[in-house]
Design a protein around this ligand. Structure first.
Ligand code: ADP
Ligand code: MG
Length: 391
């Protein structure tokens, strides 16, 4: 789960992390009020969306008067911001953050994540902050340094020294770096973060380290331990289909292809997506209906898939182990009766109660293309979608 910059800064503040003063605003009037509460004379108006790259897209503006705060707030609220990270559809700005303007001497990059290879929390630091870190990683990978923390020791003074050295900091700034990395690590572990990114971390003109941007992603599996974090969830930033799926305990992720998939078991779902690709189309979603899905859950899943305008064909691929094929068939038939079917549907059933399942589909009067195995099913749905595209 992701949160907004202003919320991330609030979380970090609890751990003593140095961040600029700022106030969130949902309306232009609130933005003006926020600016009046800040010392000025430099303010920064920042669009709050769950994506970075706002600066280059006009979503972060440094201004020098309350009138300009008003102007920028007016311009940004309701705007659909398209940044490198939003995708071409962009994201609508519904919240702003009005922040104290800082005088920046230098910008750095600092992030932390769970490194799956070493099973440790790793910090990633670079002197090349503020810009496209992906570009830096590609062009000059030697400018990016990893500092790995062993969970057995936790954060140690040598991690702080490594960070200071990486960023070329000495004296008091090196001390600040040591304190900062400790605070960030503590916050990361305490709140079960999956990713924390400070870009830029800056040195201000008065020689203080300050986190000017903050992005946090939390481990969804640990959210039950953090009701305070769950409260920060902004559903308007999330995919509607994924929210709907989560209500039914479905493992659903939206993808950008054309073939809607309904599969049971994550492994079979992955294999199904692979074979669709192999035959030249792409999946519109990942969906694992689970081992113990009911007719209602199957119907809900089917409705989520059919509601997706990108879906040009549907492939139901079920191996009935614990799951019974007739339950799947009933769910599909019920959903189609409810919402109709406007795209080709290929069904491949195998396993427990397969004959009953096929019978239900065959007697339903639905226009279903049945398939014998996974290969056959993938070929049939890809062919059907290609035909539809050509027509
Ligand atoms: P994004 O990463 O989405 O572009 P940032 O929060 O990193 O957004 O802001 C972009 C740039 O704007 C920063 O690299 C920094 O130069 C400048 N900036 C952001 N916040 C402030 C601030 N409080 N004071 C001065 N400059 C800022
Ligand atoms: Mg940034």
């Amino acid at each position: 789960m992701n949160i907004h910059e202003y919320q991330a800064k609030q979380v970090l503040r609890e751990f003593g992390v140095p961040v600029a003063r700022g106030i969130p605003a949902f309306t232009v009037a609130e933005a003006i009020k926020a600016a009046k509460e800040l010392p000025g004379p430099v303010y920064v108006v920042k669009a709050q969306i769950h994506a970075g790259g706002r600066g280059k897209a006009g979503g972060v503006k440094v201004v020098k008067s309350i009138e300009d705060v008003e102007k920028e707030a007016q311009r940004m609220l309701g705007l659909t911001l398209v940044t490198k990270q939003t995708g071409p559809a962009g994201k609508e700005v519904r919240r702003l953050y009005v922040e104290d303007g800082s005088s920046i001497e230098k910008e750095f990059y600092l992030s932390a994540l769970v490194d799956r290879e070493t099973s440790k929390i790793a910090f990633v630091a670079s002197t090349e902050g503020g810009m496209d870190i992906e570009q830096v990683a590609h062009d000059t990978p030697e400018k990016i340094v990893q500092i790995v923390v062993d969970p057995a020791t936790g954060i140690m003074p040598h991690h702080g020294r490594a960070l200071a050295q990486t960023l070329g900091l000495t004296g008091d700034l090196a001390k600040q770096a040591g304190k900062l990395i400790e605070q960030l690590y503590t916050a990361f572990v305490a709140k079960d973060m999956a990713m924390l990114e400070i870009n830029p971390l800056v040195i201000t003109k008065d020689q203080k380290l300050l986190c000017l941007d903050a992005k946090i992603g939390f481990d969804s599996n640990a959210l039950y331990r953090h009701p305070d974090i769950v409260e920060l969830r902004d559903l308007t930033e999330e995919d509607e289909k994924e929210i709907e799926a989560s209500k039914f305990d479905l493992n659903y992720i939206t993808l950008d292809g054309t073939i809607g998939c309904m599969v049971n078991g994550a492994g079979l779902a992955m294999a199904t997506m692979d074979i669709i690709k192999l035959y030249g189309e792409a999946p519109a979603n990942f969906l694992d209906v689970g081992g113990s899905a009911t007719k209602e859950r199957v119907a809900a899943a089917f409705k989520i898939i059919t509601a997706d305008k990108a879906v040009k064909g549907i492939l139901v691929n079920i191996f009935g182990g614990i799951m019974k094929c007739d339950v799947i068939a009933e769910g599909v038939v019920a959903a189609v009766k409810d919402v109709g079917l406007k795209v080709p549907l290929v069904v491949r059933l195998e396993g427990t109660n397969v004959d009953k399942g096929k019978e239900i589909i065959n007697n339903s009067g639905l226009d279903v293309i049945s398939a014998d195995d996974l290969d056959d099913a993938a070929k049939k749905i890809v062919d059907a979608v290609k035909k539809l595209k050509a027509a």
